[in-house]
Write a new protein. Structure first.
Length: 82
């Protein structure tokens, strides 16, 4: 959605801030979701965004963006036990 667009269209350091916001959203607590299906739908959207960034290599050559992307991967892995 909107944060992914901000990441894709902004120059650094603003793109890194957008990625940081996505990372924070990916860290929401399990209790925030009303059921497992809603949580899985959220995870699917996050993973779709990650794949889109990887496929396009969008701004990953920039150190701040790469760092935030790695942080996002780590948070997704720990929060969703992938």
């Amino acid at each position: 959605g909107t944060l992914l667009q901000a990441y894709s269209t902004s120059a650094s350091p603003h793109s890194a801030l957008a990625m940081e916001c996505i990372s924070q959203l990916a860290s929401v607590r399990r209790s925030l979701f009303p059921n497992q299906e809603a949580r899985q739908a959220f995870l699917a959207r996050v993973l779709t965004a990650l794949v889109a960034i990887l496929r396009g290599q969008q701004r990953l050559a920039e150190e701040l963006n790469f760092h935030e992307f790695c942080r996002l991967l780590s948070r997704v892995k720990s929060n969703f036990q992938l």
